[in-house]
Design a protein around this ligand. Structure first.
Ligand code: A2P
Length: 365
């Protein structure tokens, strides 16, 4: 984990992993061969499709690509580079000879199949929440804690929650400079966070309402999402917080290696197709000025400042849609808390919040 640096310490982006090849597990040695056999479990889903795009865009050294989904999709063909690859049904035997298995088919399927993928010798990068808080499974944002990916006794690396990744991308450069103490956040989360079903629900509701129809179908969300906002993402747990809100607390602490970090969060679903936004007040150990905050982001990979309010320049979800970088703006001193900044962070949660982060983890190997 990144040790807290004293204020004013010169920034340098985290170094890439340096692996001791003597100590490499068989899984790692196979994953590191020059072109890997990659499998995607959940290849037909919103994130699975984005993973295929990211592998292409980043020219990931794929020797062979195995696409896995439910029996419903078996036989369907998906394009990768200049070939069509047939989707196969996900089974316990799907992972023979696979070097890297990228899972994005939901938590219960990860629990069921990721261990067999790891025992077959693959390094699993799991996008679900199934293993994130397992102490033997590293939880990795490559720009923040790449070194955590080194030790993975279960052969599994977890991809954090999408809202947490985007928030960490916006806060980590400030944490390195000022030392993060607490986070008060509200998220504005796009429907694609609920997979293809969320996108379809918003599209159908908008289309029905535009035709003055009253037959609004609600399957994914408990209320109409078109032209509305819903202050609930996932189920309610203890203390009136939702599972999504507690992910920000628990995963944020694990990624930053700050068990005492204080986090309070309200996660809200909004009628946006893609890209999550997060309004954050972050309090720091040392005083933080706006100018120093701007310089903290300078040259940092994966996050850019867009902050010229006089010219109506600040990040919006459309600005990050299908883009790799997260954006941060509206940076100002908080008017309530000491040594605190208010800011607005936006990122494509299908991309950096899921697929791209998973592929970047695979690149660390
Ligand atoms: P399928 O398209 O065959 O249903 P999303 O989150 O966008 O809805 O995507 C979920 C992904 O998980 C899809 O690729 C989906 O495949 C896959 N999936 C769902 N149920 C199963 C299952 N029982 N076995 C394997 N893959 C599954």
């Amino acid at each position: 984990m990144d040790p807290l640096r004293p204020p004013g310490d010169n920034f340098s982006p985290p170094a890439r992993l340096r692996l001791d090849t003597q100590a490499l597990s068989t899984n790692t040695q196979r994953a590191m061969s020059s072109s890997a056999h990659v499998a995607i479990a959940g290849a037909t889903g919103a994130v699975g499709q984005e993973i295929i795009k990211c592998l292409e865009e980043r020219d990931f050294p794929v020797g062979k690509l195995t696409l896995l989904a439910s029996a419903r999709s078996a036989g369907r063909k998906l394009r990768f580079r200049d070939s069509e690859i047939e989707v196969r049904e996900l089974t316990q035997d799907s992972f023979k000879g696979v070097d890297i298995a990228l899972f994005s088919a939901g938590g219960s399927l990860s629990l069921e199949y990721a261990p067999s993928a790891a025992s077959a010798g693959a390094v699993v990068v799991d996008n679900s929440s199934a293993f994130r808080m397992d102490p033997e499974v590293p939880l990795v944002v490559p720009e923040v804690n790449p070194e955590a990916a080194e030790a993975r006794p279960r052969g599994i690396i977890a991809n954090p929650n999408c809202t947490t990744i985007i928030t960490m991308m916006g806060l980590y450069p400030l944490h390195r400079k000022f030392g993060l103490k607490s986070i008060i956040a509200s998220s504005y989360q796009a429907v694609s966070g609920s997979g293809q079903a969320g996108i379809t629900e918003l599209r159908n509701q908008v289309s029905a309402l535009s035709d003055d129809r009253t037959d609004i179908e609600k399957r994914v969300y408990p209320h109409q999402i078109a032209f509305n906002v819903i202050p609930q993402v996932d189920q309610f747990l203890e203390g009136g917080y939702t599972r999504e809100e507690l992910k920000m607390l628990n995963e944020g602490r694990k990624i930053l290696g700050l068990p005492g970090l204080k986090v309070t969060c309200t996660c809200v679903r909004v009628p946006v197709y893609r890209s999550h936004s997060v309004s954050v007040t972050a309090q720091f150990e040392s005083p933080a000025s706006v100018a120093e905050a701007h310089s903290a982001y300078h040259g940092y990979p994966g996050i850019r400042v867009v902050d010229d309010p006089g010219n109506a320049l600040y990040p919006t979800p459309l600005d990050t849609t299908e883009k790799d970088d997260c954006l941060v703006g509206r940076i100002r001193e908080d008017m309530v808390l000491e040594s605190a900044l208010a800011l607005w962070i936006v990122g494509d949660q299908v991309k950096k919040g899921a697929a791209l982060n998973a592929v970047q983890i695979a690149e660390l190997l």
